[in-house]
Design a protein around this ligand. Structure first.
Ligand SMILES: N[C@@H](CCC(=O)N[C@@H](CS)C(=O)NCC(=O)O)C(=O)O
Length: 201
């Protein structure tokens, strides 16, 4: 049984969705309900996953830990395909996620006004360039890894929902939109959202 520290709608939603894809039971703990979360993760971030006393941190590392824990459809066996799957996970976690994090940072740290708008729009433009690279890849495949959903698709679907918090235009191509919608429509994604909500009530 796993324990996942999360924040609603945060990147930990991808961890939870993958746990459900793997049919793993999980107990959820909202980070804000923990008295001193710094004892669990000194840098304050979710996701944190506990597996039988082991504390696992960093979204991409947790993802690879889970994908390697049992046979599944999200992570290919072929060496080259697996390398591409890892590259996609790293792109999501270390390139797309930080690009969205800039929007949160600007929003929380700059005073209202034209300079803030300019910074938000610059951050949005950088995000749009990243989505263009996804759209180009999806010319030849339905998902980043091919014809079935991968962990990176799930991570990107979680981040794609963050634009609604900001007054910026995030442009998604039609193939990207179709891929993200198909992830968001998966029973596991819906169940993960429901579990977060129910756990908070
Ligand atoms: N590199 C870290 C980044 C994680 C991260 O930025 N998590 C955000 C949520 S998406 C967080 O926990 N922020 C702290 C907070 O909002 O309290 C990882 O992949 O685990």
């Amino acid at each position: 049984m796993y324990t996942l520290y999360y924040l609603p709608n945060a990147c930990s939603l991808a961890t939870l969705t993958v746990l459900l894809e793997l049919d793993e039971p999980v107990t959820l703990i909202n980070k804000i309900k923990v008295d001193d979360f710094s004892t669990i993760n000194p840098v304050g971030n979710v996701p944190v996953l506990i597996d039988e006393g082991k504390t696992l941190k960093e979204g991409a590392a947790i993802m690879l830990y889970l994908l390697r824990s049992k046979a599944n459809q999200l992570f290919p066996q072929d060496e080259n395909d697996q390398q591409k799957a890892i590259q996609d996970i790293m792109f999501a976690n270390a390139t797309m996620h930080p690009a969205y994090s800039r929007l949160f940072f600007i929003s929380q740290n700059m005073s209202e006004g034209p300079e803030k708008d300019k910074a938000l729009n610059a951050a949005a433009n950088a995000i749009n360039t990243l989505w263009e690279s996804i759209e180009a890849q999806l010319e030849s495949r339905e998902y980043l890894g091919g014809e079935s959903v991968s962990a990176a698709d799930i991570m990107l679907a979680v981040y794609s929902r963050w634009d609604e918090y900001f007054p910026v235009e995030i442009k998604l191509g039609s193939r990207t939109t179709a891929m993200l919608n198909s992830v968001i429509e998966r029973p596991t994604f819906k169940q993960a959202l429901l579990m977060e909500t129910e756990n908070d009530n």
